[in-house]
Design a protein around this ligand. Structure first.
Ligand code: HEM
Length: 299
């Protein structure tokens, strides 16, 4: 609503600006001393990260690799907070949206409960989650219709580039792909307006029956395709996607086996709100939750 040069002044009037600054300050107080110690030891050559559990984390990688003006505890603590946003916010968004999508599609819940039971029959361990193909398909369908953002693969062209189509991108151009529109194009997804929880499950089964074997990693929540770009694409795709997939599955095995969900009578699936390019579920929605009689979770 206001010209961009006014933003630095206007933001000072927003309570959210001050609470954001407060969170950053606490994060810097918490992470700063450890980062200072690691940078110091790294600079004097007495430490660099090993493949052990202690060093296998982002703080250690940042302290080892950050250069120039970025190489200070303040900046790296800020980076760590942004990383938490990229990982926690996106994963939580999936949990909330899948919950809404399942509550709106109770027939899907029956399929998922049956699947959990049949996988559980063979015993339950970490490998069980990889066999929950129907749940995986629901996560992917939910992310298709309610992705975290409508744009992805945002890049700055540091050099001019001409694509094989003749499209020329001058140096210094910011670009992004309309990832939500690409995936929801009817040429790529049939009947895109309909939530079809088992859409990817059927594609995966088709591949398995077509001889691609159980190990086919296509059409899964954590896999990307040329027209499925919510985790990015290629070598720069999200490195946390397998972790996110596992966490959301653990949460839903618990929720589906132990609880029933329903919208408050007279309400339905809450709409997503688009703020700039970001999608959010309406945060003040209430739904009814009931513990299931004899509900039993595998863990
Ligand atoms: C459903 C949850 C998640 C979604 C939708 C998601 C999506 C994305 C996307 C779109 C990118 C940018 C890819 C690009 O532009 O090329 C990205 C990057 C990244 N994500 Fe995720 N992410 C999720 C969860 C996580 C989690 C749980 C972690 C960490 C535990 C994580 C860590 C990262 C990191 C470190 C990058 C930067 C990678 C790089 O620049 O090389 N993400 N993610």
């Amino acid at each position: 609503m206001f010209p961009s040069w006014t933003h630095p002044f206007l933001s000072l009037l927003l309570p959210s600006y001050w609470s954001g600054q407060g969170y950053l300050k606490s994060a810097k107080a918490l992470l700063g001393p450890k980062l200072r110690e690691l940078i110091h030891k790294n600079d004097e050559g007495s430490w660099s990260p090993e493949g052990n559990e202690e060093d296998f984390n982002v703080l250690a990688w940042l302290a080892d690799t950050a250069k120039g003006g970025d190489r200070n505890p303040e900046t790296l603590a800020h980076v760590e907070v942004l990383l938490a946003l990229a990982s926690v916010h996106t994963t939580l968004l999936r949990v909330v949206n899948v919950l809404y999508d399942l509550t709106a599609n109770p027939e899907c819940v029956d399929h998922l409960r049956e699947e959990i039971e049949s996988v559980w029959d063979a015993g339950w361990d970490e490998s069980s989650y990889a066999r929950l193909h129907k749940l995986d398909s629901v996560l992917r369908e939910s992310q298709r219709m309610s992705p975290p953002t409508v744009l992805g693969l945002k890049r700055l062209f540091k050099q001019p580039y001409t694509f094989s189509t003749g499209l020329h991108i001058p140096q210094g151009t910011y670009v992004a792909l309309p990832t939500m529109a690409i995936e929801n194009d009817p040429d790529h997804t049939a009947d895109p307006e309909t939530f079809d929880g088992l859409r990817s499950y059927r594609l995966l089964q088709g591949e398995i029956e077509g001889g691609r074997g159980k190990e086919s990693s296509n059409h899964q929540f954590s896999s990307f395709e040329r027209t499925v770009l919510n985790f990015g694409y290629g070598k720069s795709a999200c490195p946390g996607r397998y972790f996110a997939s596992l966490i959301v599955k653990i949460v839903f095995v618990k929720l589906l086996t132990e609880y029933d969900f329903q919208f408050v009578p007279g309400t339905g699936r809450p709409k997503n709100y688009v703020v700039h390019e970001f999608l959010f579920p309406w945060p003040w929605e209430k739904i009814l939750v009931k513990r299931r009689v004899n509900g039993a979770c595998p863990f």
